[in-house]
Design a protein around this ligand. Structure first.
Ligand SMILES: [Zn+2]
Length: 159
């Protein structure tokens, strides 16, 4: 085994069909990565699951082994979730209140909090996935130097 000095992402991609299936080092489409993340999939290959639990991000993609632990979504997903849900539910409350005068108070109390809860729980992981996709596409927080982990039993490139 010979020693190879620093390998680039492109070197790995050229040597491995699994990695070549993902996007190259010079071409990371931000919209595609965000769309894949929004759907809960790996921004690199679009096939592996991004989350292992509700909001717990996999350390690496189970399919292409792209490292995902570099993500730093932090407070951005809740911020965007609150922004969207607040505007949607707030506007809906005002529209319903203006359109229907005789709705009982219990109906408002039952509908709006439940709708808010369902929308928040639905959108939060989607926004987190989209933000991770954006970070990955823009090589933020360590995604720039990330080289996929070679599967131990696979036929990855020789080091
Ligand atoms: Zn992947």
């Amino acid at each position: 085994m010979s020693m190879v000095s620093p390998r680039s992402y492109d070197d790995v991609a050229a040597a491995s069909p699994l990695v070549a299936k993902t996007e190259s080092a010079t071409n990371r489409d931000a919209w595609r990565a965000m769309r894949r993340g929004f759907m809960g999939n790996c921004p690199a290959c679009g096939e592996g699951k991004l989350f292992s639990r509700y909001l717990k991000v996999n350390d690496a993609c189970p399919v292409c082994h792209e490292e995902m632990h570099h993500q730093r979504a932090d407070d951005a997903p809740p911020y965007f979730t609150i922004l969207v849900v607040g505007h949607v539910v707030g506007a809906a409350m005002l529209a319903v209140e203006e359109s229907y005068d005789n709705l009982p108070l219990w109906l408002h109390i039952a509908v709006w909090p439940l709708l808010s809860l369902v929308l928040c729980l639905t959108l939060l992981p989607r926004f987190k996935g989209a933000l991770i996709g954006l970070q990955w596409a823009n090589r933020m927080h360590g995604f720039a130097t990330a080289i996929p982990v070679t599967p131990k039993s696979g036929s990855g490139p020789a080091l």
